[in-house]
Design a protein around this ligand. Sequence first.
Ligand code: FES
Length: 104
Amino acid sequence: MHVTWKLAEGREIKAEVKDGLNLMEAAVANNVPHVIGECGGSLSCATCHVYVDEAWIAKVGTPDRFEDGMLDVAEAERRASSRLSCQIKAGPALDGLVLWVPEP
Ligand code: FES
C-alpha cells in the first residue's frame, strides 16, 4: 500500500509499505522525522503519535482503550484524529493513506 506522511514544515514523504507492517515501523524505515517508536510498538511510549487525515479517519478506525490512555500522554496536542501509528496495520484497505506528523 502507499502512504503519505505530511510534515508541519510542508514537506511530504511518500512510501510503499508492505502489508502487515505497522505504520510506526514504516515511518522509521522511511526516516519520517518525529515518529520515533521508542517502545518498539508495545503501546508504552506514544512517540509514534500521528494525526490521521480527515478523509481516512473512518477507515483507520478509533483507538482501543489502551491506546486511548497512551494518547493522553503524547507530547503533541491530542486531537480527534490522533492515533498511535504502531497500532495501525498496513493493508490494502488503507492504500493511499495520509498521515500528518505532529510538531515536536
Ligand atoms: S511505538 Fe511506542 S506506543 Fe507506538
